[in-house]
Design a protein around this ligand. Structure first.
Ligand code: HEC
Length: 103
């Protein structure tokens, strides 16, 4: 457990220090990239737009974790998201929610 959290934290720092070319974490590439990109919309919204939508909201991380886990519609009018994307587990979803909100 601890090492996973440490890895997420380190990844977060790396992304924070590399604003020019923000790359999706490996979990995102494996479980989400079929429908999402960081900068532009694809099947689903750009993750940067999601970060903007939740900017300044206290419960943003919990909301994102819940939404990614259950899937469905979140008001983007782009259709339905499959629950957990392509099979992400709880740990991966948590890490990705943090990543999205860091954008
Ligand atoms: C099969 C395509 C598909 C996959 C795979 C997918 N998504 Fe989505 N996602 C969507 C669509 C479509 C929407 C927009 C739904 C709507 O119109 O409201 C969306 C919306 C979202 C949102 C916005 C939630 C909100 O509250 O506004 C987030 C965050 C998100 N996806 C994260 C992820 C993550 C993380 C993964 C990988 C674990 C993932 N998605 C995998 C299709 C997908």
């Amino acid at each position: 457990m601890k090492s996973i959290f440490a890895a997420v934290a380190v990844a977060g720092l790396m992304f924070a220090g590399n604003a020019m070319a923000t790359d999706m974490p490996a979990d995102g590439k494996a479980k989400c990239a079929a429908c999402h990109k960081v900068d532009t919309k694809l099947v689903g919204p750009a993750w940067k737009d999601v970060a903007a939508k939740y900017k300044g909201q206290k419960d943003a991380e919990a909301t994102l974790i819940a939404n990614i886990t259950k899937g469905g519609k979140f008001g983007w009018n782009m259709g339905q998201m499959t629950p957990r994307g392509l099979g992400a587990n709880d740990e991966q979803i948590k890490g990705l929610a943090k990543f999205i909100l860091s954008l």
